[in-house]
Design a protein around this ligand. Structure first.
Ligand code: GLA
Length: 388
C-alpha cells in the first residue's frame, strides 16, 4: 500500500492548505479463482480481493465543488455533482463521477471535496482497477459524510453506474468482491440472489501467482456484449422446456444435455455449455478447497481455461501460451485466464518451492513465443474497501 505520509504531502502540494482533515481510504483489486462469465448468467463465481488496489485521500471543502487528481494520470477535473456527465476528456475521472451521480440518485447527499487517488493495479489487466476506484470513492465519500455503509448496496450502485453512466454492461462480480472481500478468504457468490459465503482460502504449501500478459484487453466491450446476447438467446430457446427460466445459471449439466437440441445455433450451444459446466465447476472447486484437495482444485482451473478457450472463445494467443507454459512447470497444480478475457491476466496455483522457477521459465517462454513481456505478482488475498 502506498506510503500514507508521502501521499498526504503530495495532497497538500496539489491542493494547498494543511494535512488537517485529510481522510484516507483503500479498495483492492480482485482476482477470480474460477467461475468466469457466469455472473451475468445468474450463476456462481469464486473470486478474492487482492492486497493491492487504490488508495484515496479526501478533504472536505466549504463549497460544493469536487476536485479530482491522481498520481497515475495527468487528467484532473473540477466538477459539481448536479451537472456531472460522462465526458471523454475526463477519462478516468468518469468512474468516480459515475458512482457519485448514482449515489446521489439514491438520495445520498455530498458536500464538496478535494480528492487524490493512487492506484497500484495495472490498467486493462483484468484485475478490476475500475471497480477498485469505484468502491474506494463510494466507501470514502459515504463514510466522510457519516452515512451508514451497506456493502452489498454499494456494489450494486457501482455496477449500475458502470452499466448506465459508463456504458459497460458488466456483471456484479468485480464490484461485489472489491466491496466484500476478506483477508485470506475467497467469496462464493450466487449472482442471481447475491447470497454469499466467505470460504477460507487454505492452500497450504501453495501460492496464487498472477501472470500479466500485458496484452490489453482489446475487443472486450463488443465481444463481451456479444457473449451476453448469445446467452440470452440460449435462455430464450431453453424456455421451451423451462418456461420460467431467467438465467442459464439455473440449469444443471443434465438438464442442458437433455434439452440442448432446442438451441438451433451451434455457437450458442457451446456458449451455454460453458456457462453451465463452469457453474458446476465452481461448486466442485469450493468442495475441493474445503477438503484441502488442491490437486482437484487445480484440475478444475485447467478445465475452466479449456472451456473458455474452446467453448466460450474469450481467450487469445497470449493467454493460451501463458497457461500452456505454466502447466509445463513441475509444481503447478492449475492455471487459467481470469477476468473477461481477450488479454489481461492468468492465475495459477503453484507450490511454494516452484514459484521462482515458475516466474523464470514462464516469463522466458512467454517472451519468446509472443510479442510481449510478462509481469508476475504473487497474489495475497486481502480485505475489501476500508478506511485507513
Ligand atoms: C468482467 C466483468 C465481470 C465478469 C467477468 C467475466 O470482469 O466485469 O462482471 O463478467 O468479466 O467473468
Amino acid at each position: 500500500m502506498a506510503e500514507l505520509k508521502e501521499l498526504k504531502r503530495t495532497f497538500v502540494e496539489r491542493f494547498g492548505g494543511t494535512e488537517e482533515g485529510i481522510e484516507s481510504y483503500f479498495a483492492p483489486g480482485r482476482v477470480n479463482l474460477i467461475g468466469e462469465h457466469t455472473d451475468y448468467n445468474g450463476g456462481y463465481v469464486f473470486p478474492a480481493a487482492l492486497t493491492f488496489g487504490t488508495t484515496m485521500l479526501l478533504r472536505k471543502r466549504e463549497d460544493d465543488i469536487i476536485r479530482f487528481a491522481s498520481g497515475n494520470f495527468s487528467t484532473t477535473a473540477e466538477i459539481t455533482l448536479k451537472d456531472a456527465k460522462n465526458v471523454k476528456e475526463h477519462d478516468w475521472i468518469n468512474y468516480p463521477k459515475a458512482v457519485l451521480v448514482h449515489l446521489a440518485k439514491r438520495g445520498y447527499t455530498f458536500g464538496g471535496y478535494d480528492v487524490y487517488y493512487l492506484g497500484e493495479i495495472p490498467n486493462g489487466a483484468g484485475l478490476s482497477s475500475s471497480a477498485s476506484i469505484q468502491l474506494v470513492t463510494e466507501f470514502g465519500f459515504i463514510t466522510a459524510e457519516g452515512h451508514p455503509v451497506d456493502r452489498v448496496q454499494l456494489a450494486l450502485i457501482a455496477q449500475e453506474s458502470e452499466n448506465q453512466f459508463m456504458g459497460v454492461n458488466c456483471g456484479i462480480m468485480d464490484q461485489f468482491t472489491v466491496a466484500n472481500g476478506k483477508k485470506d478468504h475467497a467469496i462464493l457468490l450466487k449472482c442471481n440472489t447475491l447470497d454469499y459465503e466467505l470460504v477460507p482460502f487454505k492452500a497450504d504449501g501453495c501460492k496464487l501467482v498472477i501472470g500479466n500478459t500485458n496484452k490489453r484487453r482489446g475487443l472486450v466491450d463488443s465481444e463481451y456484449n456479444a457473449r451476453r446476447a448469445q446467452c440470452e438467446e440460449a435462455v430464450a430457446s431453453m424456455r421451451q422446456a423451462f418456461p420460467d427460466l431467467q438465467f442459464l445459471g439455473e440449469l444443471n449439466a443434465v438438464q442442458l444435455k437433455e434439452n440442448e437440441h432446442l438451441i438451433p445455433d451451434e455457437t450458442v450451444k457451446k456458449r451455454a455449455r460453458h456457462v453451465i459446466e463452469e457453474n458446476d465447476r465452481v461448486l466442485a472447486s469450493v468442495k475441493a478447497l474445503k477438503e484441502s484437495d488442491l490437486e482437484a482444485f487445480g484440475k478444475l482451473m485447467i478445465a475452466s481455461h479449456n472451456s473458455l478457450r474452446d467453448q466460450y472463445e474469450v481467450t487469445c494467443k497470449e493467454l493460451d501460451v501463458m497457461v500452456e507454459e505454466a502447466l509445463k512447470v513441475p509444481g503447478v497444480l492449475g492455471s487459467r485466464m481470469t477476468g473477461a478475457g481477450f488479454g489481461g491476466c492468468t492465475v495459477s496455483l503453484v507450490k511454494n518451492e516452484a514459484v521462482d522457477a515458475f516466474i523464470a521459465s514462464v516469463g522466458k517462454a512467454y517472451a519468446e513465443r509472443t510479442d510481449y513481456k510478462a509481469d508476475f505478482y504473487v497474489g495475497e488475498i486481502g480485505d475489501g474497501a476500508k478506511a485507513l
